[in-house]
Design a binder for this molecule. Structure first.
Ligand code: ZN
Length: 104
């Protein structure tokens, strides 16, 4: 079974939806394209405004998004549970290796 992160707005309460209709509409439209979403919720419950998510390589080493190198612009790691996430689908593709370097 493939684990997936999801969009915080997919579970917005009716009250919130009433107050922020534009956000609800935007996030409903991006659907499964999590690379267009800024409100990720990890499988572990982490969110962008909590421990956050950082660009990384296949082993989970933190990378500068614009630096030249192996980053192909797709992978992020969760700084709470070490899951590695493919941002285009939101699918969890692995875990950071024990010696992976943090993003700095
Ligand atoms: Zn997580």
């Amino acid at each position: 079974m493939i684990e997936r992160i999801h969009c915080e707005w997919s579970e917005a309460s009716p009250e919130l939806a009433m107050r922020y209709p534009d956000d609800v509409r935007y996030h409903a439209k991006h659907g499964e394209s999590l690379d267009q979403c800024d409100a990720w919720v990890c499988v572990c419950g982490n969110r962008s405004h909590l421990a956050g998510f950082y660009p990384c390589d296949r082993d989970g080493n933190g990378l500068e998004p614009l630096a030249s190198g192996p980053w192909d612009g797709r992978l992020y790691y969760c700084d709470a549970c070490r899951r590695i996430i493919d941002q285009t689908t939101g699918a969890v593709v692995g875990f950071r290796t024990p010696d992976a370097k943090d993003y700095s």
